[in-house]
Design a protein around this ligand. Structure first.
Ligand code: NDP
Length: 387
């Protein structure tokens, strides 16, 4: 085949990814649904957000523009927040819960699914309580703070016959669907090396405490190990691990890792400030990852036998920019939260199983790798996994 012109190449790539956005998980798109009207969900999936912090706010915005889901309930520890959210989103009074009376949600037929957006250390408890109440669950990433907890969550959801998803927003994002295709279909040949890094600066000791650069208060749960399970690796590094796995379509067989420098020992007394790791895959590919709460970085790069592809910015909320050795990648910027919710919502409304790559079975793999990374960084030894 003659080499593609840059323009043609981009056009072809755009079509490929737009197609895979809707065909990859076997759901009904607008054209198909005209032919098969019985498959169009006739109601919206009623979602309760559990924990009304920053990310719940973004999910609420996504829900506002969602085609298949609606914000129907809230779970919060703060009555004043409950009042404000009720007003802003027209929530029924009997669909407002706190953490103590949450279990009574089982008697509420107006809620189909609970979306857990709590600190990581609380995911397990609320996923299991939601499952016991007979509600489907999405839990935010990381799925939990240990493999043991993930197993209990999966077991509970199986036992109570509800679906469990992990809030992996990038699994529905066009640039990421495309890098997954480029890697797995070996469009540039076998990928040999990946670099994925995501970090942001959370403090600046030279600035006053209320500076916009001091993102975290000293009391921030992300800095407290029992609430977070770890530092930026749990929070941000998970995206680097995820992308290297889905671009290669393989699971790592060994891990080495190193903690980075601690420049702020007051804030980082319990969790790492930065950490780097190397994953070795069965094909021989290596994925280097770095994450930090001490500096800004946001990119993905893959070097393959016949070229490269990269996203920079690449792992955050975007807007992403993509480049390959044959030209730029150009895709629409989407609302990541609305798209994720719609894709999950449509499947649940049709009573179809969620694809494995967004369920607890996927979530637990990342936690297994994260545990191996921490173990390697602590012991200085290579850790074998998935063999
Ligand atoms: P926030 O600190 O902004 O919000 C957490 C909320 O949890 C609080 O507002 C509070 O809600 C509730 N909460 C209950 N108990 C506690 C407690 N002991 N300490 C602190 N909060 C408590 O966190 P985020 O919204 O940023 O993160 C929540 C989850 O979402 C995390 O698991 C995180 O990893 C994930 N996340 C995912 C993102 C993504 O892109 N997919 C992006 C950002 C976060 P209330 O006052 O209503 O009780």
């Amino acid at each position: 085949m003659p080499p593609l012109s840059r323009r043609l190449f981009i056009g072809k790539m755009g079509l490929g990814a737009c197609g895979s956005l809707f065909t990859g998980i076997n759901i009904v798109d607008a054209n198909v649904s005209k032919k098969s009207p019985q498959l169009i969900p006739t109601k919206k999936l009623n979602i309760a957000l559990c924990g009304l912090g920053n990310y719940a706010g973004m999910l609420a915005e996504g829900l506002a523009s969602s085609q298949y889901c609606r914000l129907a309930g809230i779970v919060t520890g703060h009555p004043e927040k409950a009042r404000q959210w009720q007003k802003d989103y027209s929530i029924e009074t009997n669909s407002i819960y706190n953490y103590e009376n949450f279990d009574s949600i089982q008697h509420n037929p107006s809620i189909d699914l609970v979306y857990v957006v709590l600190p990581n250390g609380m995911h397990k408890e609320f996923v299991i309580r939601a499952a016991k109440a007979g509600k489907h669950v999405i839990t935010e990433k990381p799925m939990a703070t240990s493999v043991k907890d993930c197993l209990e969550m999966i077991e509970a959801c199986n036992k109570y016959n509800v679906q469990l998803a992990v809030g992996y927003r990038l699994h529905f994002e066009p640039y990421h669907l495309e890098i997954k295709r480029l890697g797995q279909e070996k469009v540039f040949g076998q990928v040999r090396f990946i670099e994925g890094s995501l970090g942001y600066k959370t403090y600046d000791t030279n600035l006053p405490p209320d500076s916009k650069f001091n993102r975290f208060a000293p009391s921030e749960w992300r800095l407290c190990k029992s609430k977070s399970g770890g530092g930026p690796l749990m929070d941000l590094g998970i995206y680097c691990i995820q992308s290297s796995r889905y671009v290669l379509g393989e699971e790592p067989i060994s891990v080495t890792a190193q903690f980075g420098t601690i420049n702020n020992s007051v804030r980082f007394a319990e969790v790492e400030e930065s950490i780097s790791w190397q994953l070795r895959f069965p094909s021989g590919a290596i994925a280097n990852g770095t994450t930090s709460y001490g500096f800004n970085i946001d990119r993905f790069f893959a070097s393959a036998d016949d070229g490269f592809f990269e996203l920079s910015p690449g792992l955050s909320y975007g807007p992403f920019q993509g480049k390959t050795s044959k030209g730029d990648l150009v895709f629409p910027t989407i609302n990541q939260q609305a798209t994720q919710l719609d894709e999950i919502g449509k499947l649940i409304l049709q009573n179809k199983p969620l694809p494995k790559h967004i369920t607890g079975e996927e979530g637990i793999k990342d936690i297994r790798i994260i545990e191996a990374i921490y173990k390697s960084a602590s012991t200085g030894k290579a850790i074998q996994i998935f063999q």
